[in-house]
Design a protein. Structure first.
Ligand code: Z5A
Length: 208
């Protein structure tokens, strides 16, 4: 990675406003002449997009084991890291990610209550020492976020989970944000305009 290239991640529950945040951050970065590569997880390469479809589709014939779900997330992540994220950073391009590893820790670790040691082993194997330079976590009450998602149409397999699942996921997100560096919590329950102001302020502070 060249000295200037940074890896920025946007995280949050469904309906938190990640898509709008990504558009704003991309514009912010490009205005100052940075080349930006946007990614989404799971997905972002042909194979990873196929895994995304598999992991999100409602399964009527079998139960998806939480461990399988986790492994599919990390398989997609490995593909994206090798083919998109690492090459982009190596070329001095900024990477702006719609979800990354924090999602697995929150959804599969918090929501599904999978063993942290199991997740940590995968993190080490897949990520090595790569960590985002900045993560913006958009914090939303799951009831509000899910309502926003519901208004968009049919819910996928994970979105169909009970509210308690998303409450555990949110708690894990907040727990990670409180204990690890380079994570900024944005109150995503504000108006869109206020959220955008908070994001811009966080970018100014973190990037100068
Ligand atoms: N997942 C996982 O379990 N483990 C992992 O490791 C990874 C992912 C990487 C990905 O689905 C699913 O995979 C996700 C987590 C899981 N599943 N669930 N459940 P996705 O990428 O398709 O879903 P998403 O990331 O949750 O996308 P989303 O629902 O589109 O969320 P969003 O991008 O944050 O929301 P948005 O499209 O920006 O906004 C939603 C609506 O709200 C839209 O109409 C906006 O206009 C509106 N909005 C946004 N902000 C506001 C404010 N401030 N006020 C009012 N209205 C607003």
């Amino acid at each position: 990675m060249t000295a200037a290239a940074k890896f920025i991640v946007v995280e949050g529950l469904e309906g938190a406003g990640k898509s709008s945040a990504i558009a704003l951050i991309k514009q912010y970065l490009q205005q100052s002449g940075r080349q930006v590569v946007c990614t989404r997880e799971p997905g972002g390469t042909p194979l990873a997009e196929s895994l995304r479809t598999l992991v999100k589709q409602v399964q009527t014939s079998e139960v998806v084991a939480p461990q399988t779900e986790l492994l599919l997330m990390y398989a997609a992540r490995m593909q994206l890291l090798c083919n998109v994220i690492k090459p982009a950073l190596a070329q001095g391009k900024w990477v702006l990610a719609d979800r990354h590893d924090m999602s697995s820790r929150a959804y599969q670790g918090g929501g599904r209550q999978l063993d942290e040691a199991f997740i940590d082993q995968l993190r080490t194997a897949v990520l090595g020492d790569l960590r985002p330079d900045l993560t913006l976590y958009l914090d939303i009450d799951p009831a509000i976020g899910l309502e926003r998602a519901r208004q968009r149409g049919e819910l996928d397999r994970i979105e169909q989970e009970q509210l308690a699942f998303f409450q555990r996921t949110r708690q894990k997100y907040l727990q990670i944000a409180a204990t690890e560096p380079n994570i900024v919590v944005i109150d995503a329950g504000q108006t869109l305009e206020q959220v955008q102001q908070s994001i811009t302020a966080a970018l100014h502070k973190a990037l100068g």
